[in-house]
Write a protein that binds this ligand. Structure first.
Ligand code: 16G
Ligand code: MG
Length: 558
């Protein structure tokens, strides 16, 4: 590293002293904390993103958001060239940078790291970082810190894409690196045109079950509602009503996280919405859940969570593949069999996993966090992943898309307009509609709507795919949550010893009982999840295991 570069880094780092006594780690969703302590972290993540761009020779993304957290929090995360999460190999470096006590130790870490990673810092190679932020008031100030971080690597350029949803930023990074246009306009256009295409391919079925044609969307008072209003203008086949699009407090009694965890109606919804199809986005619009307001109690809801969205997507894709397979069998000489797989976490309702297995699908569990699910889903030709909380997407392998394209063009000459051709076109449209960079509530919403239309299903019919087992989630404050380590996709506690045996004894008391504990990646708590055939059973199991956790780990300060 030359003198110009090191003095630039030292000088700019001096403007962003780290807050005393704050130690952050790059968790499942990057760095997240109260926005007042984040400026120096964001600056340093700006530096990291520029280095990542130099290392990969590609455009990198930096998103300022704290998703479903309260409005006073904020956070920052990095999108890799594919549009996915920052490679896990760089997370330790992110932690080192964020927690370096002063500019000179920061510089030391960088010097060592660039040497190890073979990154040349001579200002000759281009580095580009796309910067996005959600609607949080602290976003603007933090964006300036990110820009300074990027600019402290000689030759690196920060491009501000403004207020966007997290998935939009990831989509833009992916598009840019594929040489496509990466504007918000092109994002909206791609979603709208592939949605239109899917709707045009709807079979002529009895639509009497479809129910009310309108979908009402809770925008969590965040960026998603605002963007959906814009996207709506390009859509003519669907009626979307957006509520909570930014006039109330972000994530306060609204949003997908609130709806999924508390199972009560978000602000702005009431008995007048009984019978309607409702959906909820989270604060940065990478999560989506559906719900309907209960007719006997307008405060509570029937939740249609990420597991049901996954099941709907899996069912639809399987249906299209079997239409294609029929023609393959007819020809008799086609050997290519695309592998369809679904990826869930331990939070997936047991009934959903049973349902998916009954459909004959390959179901794999991973630890919580999109980076794990995404990585696993990439192993399939079509990998569908979802967390129960509504974060998920569908990934298509390049090989499968090529195969699909060549099939669909061969149908042009042999069986134009056939069901096989339509199935191939539907799958191609799904691959364009769904955001393959990361879970995206807007594209997910359009895909759900198109599939319900295709099936001629109401939200009730969809919800009847299977009945969720009653479940309960609790948080436990302990002295040190990192004392808990787990294995088998977080279903088994490894340390401290003895807890797992005690959990097993409790769990066995309940028919179809299932229970696991894990340290949260985003809050200083241990989470407990329990499932049983009755709500009372799930509650009792969760409570007794929460007490076990307290007993083994000691109460924390609340
Ligand atoms: C983050 C993760 C989400 C996960 C959640 C778990 C991403 C982009 N987001 O929001 O996937 O479900 O953390 O939170 O990976 P927890 O560790 O506090 O339970
Ligand atoms: Mg989110």
């Amino acid at each position: 590293m030359d003198d110009q570069q090191s003095s630039l880094l030292l000088e700019s780092a001096a403007c962003f002293p780290p807050p005393k006594g704050v130690k952050l780690s790059y968790g499942t969703s990057g760095f997240r904390a109260d926005s007042s302590v984040l400026e120096s972290m964001v600056f340093r993540v700006g530096v990291l993103a520029a280095l990542r761009s130099l290392k990969t020779g590609s455009v990198i993304g930096l998103m300022i958001t704290a998703s479903h957290n309260k409005v006073s929090d904020n956070g920052v995360k990095v999108a890799d060239p594919s549009g996915g999460m920052l490679t896990q190999e760089w997370e330790p470096f992110a932690n080192q940078l964020a927690n370096a006590p002063n500019p000179s130790s920061l510089l030391e870490f960088i010097v060592d790291f660039v040497k190890k990673e073979n990154i040349t810092l001579n200002g000759k190679q281009e580095a580009v970082v796309l910067l996005g932020r959600d609607t949080r008031p602290s976003g603007e100030r933090l964006l300036e810190a990110a820009k300074k971080g990027v600019a402290s690597i000689v030759g690196a350029i920060a491009k501000d894409v403004g207020v966007v949803t997290t998935p939009q930023l990831h989509w833009m990074v992916r598009a840019k690196n594929k040489g496509m246009e990466a504007s918000e306009c092109s994002y909206f256009e791609q979603l709208a045109s592939s949605f239109r295409c899917l709707m045009d391919l709807t079979p002529q079925r009895d639509q009497s079950n479809f129910g009310n044609d309108k979908v009402i969307v809770d925008g969590a008072d965040g960026v998603g509602g605002e963007k959906l209003e814009e996207l709506k203008k390009l859509l003519s086949d669907i009626c979307i009503e957006v509520r909570n699009h930014g006039d109330g407090v972000l994530n306060d009694g609204v949003g997908a996280d609130f709806v999924q965890k508390d199972k009560i109606v978000p602000r702005g919804f009431d008995h007048e919405d009984v019978g309607l199809r409702c959906a909820s986005l989270d604060g940065d619009a990478d999560r989506l859940v559906y719900f309907s307001v209960k007719s006997n109690d307008s405060k509570t809801i029937d939740l249609v969570d990420g597991d049901k969205i996954l099941s709907l997507f899996a069912l639809f894709i399987k249906e299209q593949l079997s239409i294609l397979n029929k023609s393959i069998d007819g020809v008799g000489n086609e050997s290519y069999q695309p592998r369809l797989g679904v990826v869930q976490t331990a939070y997936a309702n047991g009934a959903s996993t049973d349902y998916l297995k009954l459909m004959g699908l390959d179901v794999v569990l991973t630890p919580t966090g999109v980076k794990y699910l995404h990585e696993k889903a990439e192993e399939f030709d079509i990998g569908i992943y979802f967390e129960a909380n509504g974060h998920g997407t569908i990934l298509f392998s390049e090989a499968f898309l090529h195969w699909l394209e060549s099939r669909s063009s061969s149908y042009l000459s042999t069986s134009e307009g056939s069901e096989e051709q339509r199935a191939a076109l539907r799958l191609l449209a799904v691959s364009k509609l769904i955001n393959q960079a990361v879970g995206d509530a807007l594209s997910g919403l359009l895909l759900v709507e198109a599939i319900l239309h295709h099936m001629g299903w109401s939200i009730y019919k969809w919800n009847e795919l299977y009945n969720d087992l009653p479940s309960r989630q609790l948080k436990v404050k302990v002295v040190d949550r990192t004392a808990i380590t787990t294995s088998n996709a977080e279903t088994v506690v490894v340390t401290p010893t003895g807890i797992q045996e005690a959990i097993n004894i409790e769990t066995e008391k309940y028919p179809r009982g299932r229970c696991f504990v894990r340290p949260s990646g985003t809050e200083d708590v241990v989470r407990v999840y329990a499932e049983a055939t009755t709500q009372e059973g799930a509650d009792a199991l969760a409570n007794s295991v929460a007490r076990l956790v307290e007993h083994h780990l000691g109460f924390g300060n609340s």
